[in-house]
Design a binder for this molecule. Structure first.
Ligand SMILES: Cc1cc2nc3c(=O)[nH]c(=O)nc-3n(C[C@H](O)[C@H](O)[C@H](O)COP(=O)(O)OP(=O)(O)OC[C@H]3O[C@@H](n4cnc5c(N)ncnc54)[C@H](O)[C@@H]3O)c2cc1C
Length: 318
């Protein structure tokens, strides 16, 4: 008996993956499977967004017009997760969690999607695995004695600590402002201003600095970290004297999953997978969407638009 061939398999259940599934459903595709390695959809939002975080549609100051049928508005981490829950519930999409896809193989008229010990077949495959599977890390070595206090999310932060947040984009600014409610916080950025952050975050960080809630360390690079005798972190700045912190949090974006792309035959150019205007890669029938298509991270709205463009292309409606 011939094994089932899904019409569409989507790898990664973040905003771009869910949008691709829902928009395809709305275009009439009925046989869709959404594969997620974590225990639930949207692991980037669950893991990297702090509780009650404000979610801006115009992330990083990029105003994006929504092209498709998904009406996404400003909200919070919690309302955004509820929104995606509802979308999945209302558009019969088969979401399979706890499955990490390891690669995609092109056969004659279908793809084989490989996971640990098993595989499924699909006519079209869309890869929407984002860039936060591997957050960017500094080039210098982190001494083992302080590794637990050097983080990439705010999950382990308590209160009453002296914390250094490293980075100057929206995530770094939001982390610094939020942590300053219960901690002594400094933010270190190699540039002199927070111009990369969106206007709301620029205003928030300016306020926090003006009220001495966050101490700016701007135009400064970090050369390395050392462990002090009492288990704290000595930060070795390039331009200024070293300083000791209880915790250091890097918020410097994520990386392109190059190994995954190349093992699936997807070519990369300038740190991004090669694709056409419909997000189809050099492998016909194999698409990419969401953050993975952007050199330095995208936004929820961009991912939603990618999903719509792919759905339209697959069903020939554009
Ligand atoms: C701290 C922070 C704050 C942000 N705030 C905002 C904001 O306010 N507004 C906004 O628009 N954007 C914001 N962003 C950006 C936004 O979160 C991303 O642009 C968006 O999540 C990208 O969606 P995506 O679907 O491309 O990837 P992701 O959301 O990263 O989803 C990828 C999914 O794929 C899964 N996956 C990964 N590898 C595999 C595999 N091999 N097999 C199966 N599944 C896999 C992951 O577990 C994950 O669930 C923020 C980002 C961060 C880090």
């Amino acid at each position: 008996m011939r094994e089932h061939i899904y019409e569409l398999a989507i790898v990664g259940a973040g905003p771009a993956g869910i949008a691709t599934a829902v928009e395809s459903y709305l275009q009439g595709v009925r046989d869709i499977i959404l594969l997620e390695k974590d225990e639930n959809h949207n692991s980037t939002i669950r893991k990297y967004y702090k509780d009650n975080k404000r979610v801006d549609v115009a992330w990083k100051g990029q105003k994006v017009e929504l092209d498709g049928n998904i009406y996404f508005i400003d909200g919070t981490k919690e309302t955004t997760l509820d929104f995606f829950d509802e979308l999945l519930k209302n558009h019969s999409v088969e979401l399979r969690t706890h499955v990490e896809v390891t690669g995609i193989e092109k056969k004659d008229d279908y793809f084989e999607v490989h996971m640990a010990g098993k595989s499924i077949k699909a006519k079209y495959v869309v890869v929407t695995i984002g860039r936060m599977g591997k957050p960017n890390k500094p080039s210098y070595k982190i001494p083992p004695a302080i590794r637990k206090k050097v983080n990439y999310t705010t999950d382990d932060c308590g209160s009453g600590e002296k914390v250094l947040v490293v980075g100057g984009g929206d995530s770094a600014v939001e982390y610094a402002v939020d942590l300053s409610k219960n901690n002594e916080v400094a933010i270190c950025y190699r540039r002199e201003t927070f111009r990369r952050a969106n206007p709301t975050n620029q205003r928030d960080i300016a306020n926090a600095i003006a009220h001495k809630e966050v101490r700016p360390i701007l135009g400064v690079n970090i050369d390395g970290l050392e462990a002090t005798e009492d288990g704290k972190i000595r930060v070795l700045f390039n331009e200024i004297e070293p300083e000791i912190f209880d915790r250091v949090i890097y918020a410097i974006g994520g990386t392109t999953p190059s190994a995954f792309l190349s093992s699936s035959g997807i070519k990369e150019e300038d740190g991004k997978p090669v694709h056409n205007e419909y997000y189809e890669t050099n492998v016909k029938g194999l698409f990419v969407a969401g953050d993975i298509t952007q050199e330095s991270g995208g936004s929820i709205a961009l991912g939603l638009n990618h999903g719509y463009a792919i759905a339209c292309h697959i069903k020939g409606c554009s």
